[in-house]
Ligand binder design. Structure first.
Ligand code: NDP
Ligand code: MG
Length: 399
């Protein structure tokens, strides 16, 4: 073991899919990890259960009402968590001196300020919240290098890429001879459905991912392949590779989690069962390897691995994300904000599935003169792009 002291972990988004998998890994290794802070947005009851099990020092809810609910639920018990609320409290626990490691697993742009606070405070940052990097790539990576934070990717593809890269990459990327990053994509639940039938897709169908169990927003992103688009942008910032050297390969079995091709023709891949506890445990224990509760990969059962090119007509969101990355500046932040609004509208049955891409494209066309130089300007850009996307939604409902 390289580290004997117990790592004190803040799990931001503890009630979510990644949060619960993280707590599962923590519970398997009480000699290594301690959950000192847990955060949720609205699920006070779930949070009370987690507090009873993990006994954190801090529990953060989204607002005063939810915090009061949680306090009331804990009042009769022997749980002594300090209950806080709001985005300042999230950033405070992420940067707290008694926290070593921050799992950034809040969904959407809402996760940026706390993830950035962790990066600025020089923590070990386990980044699941890809939207944070899409919004603030340069600012976030600068914060990591200035503070000496350790950034480890949780997204399974980026964690796979990280595993397929030499340890010297962070210090000397030019000497590693990387030719391409190959991000694998399952193709989601609609890879083989007829284009016509996509018109009537329901949120339930979109959230029924063939290989992964995830939160609703990322499940819809997987169905549109915007998830892969956001991951291309994420890979660009994490590994400093330009968009023309990041390729997407549809691989329906989700066994190869991504690959790196080198100048000598070698292609290194990371394989495993699709279970997020693998990348979570990898990043939490890095550079050690620990038990994660994931069953062995049975290659005989899987039998064949297949690969396809992404269908650009079926998945226009993927192309929109490449466009945003090439355009640079505020374009990825606008893309992300419009996507969040459009996906929420789809989940509320206010927008047809195939119109998600249209709302994003229209918002990107309209958004002008926005900047992403500071956290404040990024949040303003995010708010402005959301306004534009909502106006586009409203115009569609009138039409
Ligand atoms: P979930 O929707 O399952 O969970 C989201 C978590 O964030 C919950 O704890 C939720 O609290 C909290 N939350 C939601 N909105 C806010 C807000 N406005 N402010 C503060 N907290 C909030 O999401 P996932 O776990 O699926 O995804 C989390 C992140 O990880 C996303 O960025 C996603 O892209 C990324 N990711 C997820 C993967 C997966 O397998 N799930 C794989 C790779 C990346 P509450 O429960 O109280 O609402
Ligand atoms: Mg992923």
């Amino acid at each position: 073991m390289t580290e004997t002291r117990i790592q004190r972990v803040a799990v931001l988004g503890a009630t979510g899919s990644i949060g619960i998998s993280t707590l599962d890994v923590i519970a398997r290794h009480p000699d290594r990890f301690e959950a000192v802070a847990l955060t949720a947005h609205v699920q006070a009851e779930r949070m009370a259960e987690l507090c009873a099990k993990f006994r954190p020092r801090f529990a953060v809810m989204g607002d005063a009402m939810r915090a009061a609910q949680l306090r009331e639920m804990l009042a009769g018990s022997d749980v002594r968590a300090e209950v806080l609320f709001g985005s300042d409290a999230l950033a405070d626990v992420a940067a707290h001196e008694d926290v070593d490691t921050v799992m950034a697993a809040i969904v959407g742009a809402a996760g940026l300020p706390s993830a950035l606070a962790a990066a600025r405070a020089g923590k070990r940052v386990l980044l699941a919240n890809k939207e944070a990097l899409v919004l603030s790539g340069r600012l976030f990576m600068d914060a990591v290098s200035e503070s000496g934070a350790e950034l480890l990717p949780i997204d399974s593809e980026h964690n796979a890429v990280f595993q397929a890269m030499p340890a010297s990459y962070v210090r000397n990327p030019d000497k590693c001879g990387i030719r391409r990053i190959l991000l694998t994509a399952s193709g989601g639940p609609f890879r083989e459905r007829s284009l016509e039938s996509l018109r009537d897709v329901t949120p339930e169908e979109a959230c029924a991912h063939p290989n992964w169990v995830m939160g609703r927003k990322i499940s819809v992103d997987s169905a549109t392949m915007m998830n892969k688009g956001l991951e291309v942008i994420e890979a660009h910032w994490l590994f400093g590779v330009p968009p023309e050297r990041i390729d997407v390969v549809v691989h329906p079995q989700s066994v190869i989690h991504s690959m790196v091709e080198y100048a000598d023709g070698s292609v290194l891949a990371q394989l495993g069962n699709p279970d997020m506890r693998t990348p979570i445990a990898h990043a939490m224990a890095y550079p050690d390897r620990i038990e994660a509760g994931v069953r062995s990969l049975d290659l005989f059962e899987i039998a064949r691995l297949t690969f396809e090119r992404p269908d650009v007509r079926r998945f226009p969101c993927l192309d929109l994300a490449y466009q945003a990355l090439r355009a640079g500046g505020a374009a990825p932040a606008v893309l992300n904000a419009a996507n969040e609004i459009a996906v929420a509208a789809f989940l509320e049955r206010q927008l047809p599935f195939q119109a998600i891409a249209d709302v994003i494209a229209a918002t990107m066309e309209r958004a002008q003169g926005l900047s992403v130089d500071s956290l404040e300007s990024i949040l303003e850009t995010d708010a402005r792009a959301r306004q534009l996307a909502r106006a586009e939604l409203a115009a569609r409902q009138v039409r």
